[in-house]
Design a binder for this molecule. Structure first.
Ligand code: ADP
Ligand code: MG
Length: 465
């Protein structure tokens, strides 16, 4: 159970956050109704308790209803047994779960018995909602404004024709779950106290399997059909699980026919969800389909500003711009990076600076600049200024080659996470002070000369895309 909980947390928070905060967490044991989790330092304990405490408790509850509390304390680390080798173990377990699902419920009794036992088909349907995922904390920008507007609309007036079902889709970490929780919070908090059921598609399947096993499918159907709003997250999980899809399809139809709202999320649009039955895809697509696009630089800036302000930490604009430039994958990663910076600032009582950020986030940044290499920068810049590539490393000092070389060094510093000495080495074994000088010289020139600044920005954009 503990391994599953860790696996789930890891999926939910993303690799960066997991590695920063949770990797060293071990289970000391279960004392009465309390699970005791230990970490090596007070600081880590405080952080994990305040940021993941509720989630840990909820996950424990799902695994083992007898556990009502989770205690996080400082304790000795056990000399990492199999469980802590989760680097390799987690993906395996993950695949095991997948396969289990693919094998489909009825056939394989033994493998799903563990999950089936704890599930009560008539029990409370809703998974716990994350208190941080509300409309108030959702930052709106071009890539998500349409999805956000649809979500608002459904939250205000569920089951409005044209918005039912609401199908939200987009890549990982772009805010689908956040928006779904926000809708659920808003509707639950509303005056007429509607009955909202939110769950992952995975949970839907486990409940369904449990009901089949305990021959309580009638109760299962009834409990589901009595909700006013049904929200199912990550529907792509049902690909290949034909029995569960079939059941979902019937539930879906019954609810829509009864004038109830359905909200579904997935990583692709209905028409791209290959492996989902055609009739289900068709029905999913006939309400409102809203796409959450990849983040833009502007949205990343706003999100970072909002999150820094919410944490009450002063993060200089330069650092925020730097992060927004570098961490382009998704909001979860961006958040993870910012949280780490904030934690370091709190831990050491130091102000957040650009240099500090580069150091603290070294591993994350490196993972993000695999795309731009120093060679590419040199090539592009040489091309742009019409000089030979070899002059990037040559000893020539004529302005016509020295300036482009400085620009390339500047861009190497900005766009990669290589250190100054490393950059120097790649430019004909120059000293790190030469690189440092180049970086500040170019920054100065950009300040003084708008046309030059534009030129450098153009190069940067070309390299980044
Ligand atoms: P998904 O479900 O699409 O994989 P999530 O909803 O779990 O992504 O979002 C990942 C993290 O990013 C969450 O912590 C969420 O709060 C945050 N996030 C995503 N989009 C936004 C946004 N527009 N404003 C604020 N936070 C966001
Ligand atoms: Mg999600």
């Amino acid at each position: 159970a503990w391994a599953r909980i860790r696996g789930r947390l890891r999926e939910e928070v993303g690799e960066v956050e997991y590695r920063t905060w949770l990797r060293q967490m071990t289970l000391a044991g279960i004392e009465g109704d309390e699970a005791v989790v230990v970490l090596p330092t007070r600081f880590l304990c405080d952080w994990v308790r305040s940021h993941y405490g509720d989630r840990l408790r909820a996950l424990w509850q799902q695994e083992n209803a007898a556990v009502r509390r989770v205690e996080v304390r400082v304790g000795p680390q056990r000399p990492a047994p199999a469980e802590d080798g989760e680097e390799a173990a987690a993906p395996t377990r993950e695949t095991a779960t997948r396969r289990k699902g693919l094998a489909e419920p009825l056939a394989d009794r033994s493998s799903t018995a563990g999950t089936a036992r704890s599930a009560d088909p008539r029990g409370d349907w809703s998974a716990p909602l994350d208190p941080r995922f509300t409309f108030d904390t959702f930052v709106v920008g071009k890539p998500n404004e349409f999805a956000h507007a649809c979500a608002r609309r459904v939250a205000e007036r569920p089951a409005t024709p044209g918005f039912n079902p609401l199908f939200l889709y987009g890549g990982v970490g772009l805010g689908k779950t956040h928006l779904m929780h926000a809708i659920a919070w808003a509707i639950r908090g509303g005056e007429n106290g509607r009955n909202v059921a939110y769950m992952s598609a995975e949970k839907f399947m486990y409940r369904f399997i449990a009901a089949l096993r305990s021959q309580s499918t009638m109760e299962f159907k009834e409990s589901l059909r009595s909700v006013d709003v049904l929200m199912v997250d990550d529907l792509q999980f049902l690909i290949g699980k034909d029995n569960t899809q079939e059941e979902f399809f019937h539930t879906f139809n019954a609810l829509v026919d009864a004038g109830k709202q359905i909200v579904v999320s997935a990583d692709k649009s209905p028409s791209d969800l290959n492996g989902l039955e055609d009739r289900l895809r068709t029905r999913l697509g006939c309400g409102m389909v809203a796409d959450i696009h990849a983040t833009t630089y502007e949205l990343r800036l706003s999100i970072l500003q909002a999150k820094a302000a919410a944490a009450g930490v002063d993060v200089p604009n330069g650092v925020i711009e730097f992060l927004a430039h570098k961490i382009t994958s998704n909001v979860r990663e961006l958040e993870g990076a910012l949280n780490r910076l904030i934690a370091h600032a709190n831990l050491f009582g130091r102000a957040v600076t650009l240099d500090g950020a580069q150091e603290v986030l070294h591993d994350i940044l490196r993972a993000h600049d695999r795309r731009v290499t120093i060679e590419e920068i040199q090539r592009k810049v040489a091309e742009h200024y019409n000089i030979r590539l070899t002059d990037m490393s040559s000893a020539r000092r004529a302005r016509a080659v020295a300036r482009p070389r400085q620009v390339a060094m500047y861009l190497a510093k900005q766009l990669t996470s290589r250190s100054l000495p490393e950059i120097g080495r790649r430019f004909g074994n120059r000293d790190h002070t030469t690189v440092m000088h180049a970086v500040s010289r170019i920054a100065e020139l950009m300040q003084a000369d708008a046309a030059f600044a534009e030129d450098v920005e153009l190069l940067r954009r070309m390299l980044e895309t």
